[in-house]
Design a protein around this ligand. Structure first.
Ligand code: HEC
Length: 180
């Protein structure tokens, strides 16, 4: 009985040894592979993590910006010069009678003189019929007509959200009367 067991157990040992050697070989290959490749996947992971992080940052910034952009710029009751400064117009436009408004990004605002010219321009494709409507349209939908010599998309597109009716009304009344 003990004789019949011996070869069996030695066979098991051989099998075990073979298993160990092959197993170690596989393990060594695997660990070598993962060692040599470990940099790449780790980096990839770091990059996607970083990407996600910066995307989150951008989204946060955007949310903040949108929140700021939703706030009205004025009550509409401010003195006129304050109204033009607070609304940002003064940064880009020169406005006669408004001392701080010396901007040069956009045309000088003399709509009493230039308004009728814009409406008469054969390139005018807006919907305004009066100078007052043209002023309102220029503020609320700047893309409807781009004053020759100036760039589109410079004047902000969000005034419709950030100027209330009173502010818009007072701005239009003032600009309508400016001539040169
Ligand atoms: C970031 C610069 C910028 C700001 C801020 C800005 N504008 Fe302008 N605006 C422009 C530019 C550039 C043009 C010319 C291109 C165009 O027609 O869109 C223009 C055109 C206009 C026109 C048409 C003028 C014309 O002669 O036909 C009016 C009216 C006007 N802006 C009013 C305003 C008012 C009112 C504000 C503030 C509530 C304002 N803009 C704020 C840049 C600006």
């Amino acid at each position: 009985m003990s004789q019949s067991k011996k070869p069996k157990s030695s066979g098991n040992r051989e099998g075990f040894l073979i298993f160990m050697v092959v197993g170690c070989g596989i393990l060594a290959t695997l660990s070598f592979n993962s060692l040599t490749k470990s940099d790449a996947p780790q980096d990839e992971h770091a990059v996607t993590k970083q990407g996600a992080q910066s995307q989150r940052d951008v989204r946060k910034k955007k949310d903040k910006l949108v929140a700021l952009l939703d706030i009205p710029l004025s009550t509409g009751n401010e003195p006129l010069d304050k109204l033009f400064v607070q609304s940002g117009c003064a940064v880009c436009h020169t406005i006669p009678g408004i001392a701080p408004a010396k901007g040069r990004q956009g045309p000088k605002l003399v709509l009493g003189t230039n308004g009728p010219k814009r409406l008469a321009d054969s390139n005018y494709q807006g919907t305004a019929e009066t100078v007052r409507e043209y002023i309102q349209e220029s503020i609320l939908k700047p893309g409807m007509y781009v004053v020759p010599g100036y760039s589109d998309r410079v004047m902000p597109r969000w005034y419709g959200k950030r100027l209330n009716a009173k502010a818009l009304d007072r701005i239009a009344t003032y600009l309508e009367g400016l001539k040169e």
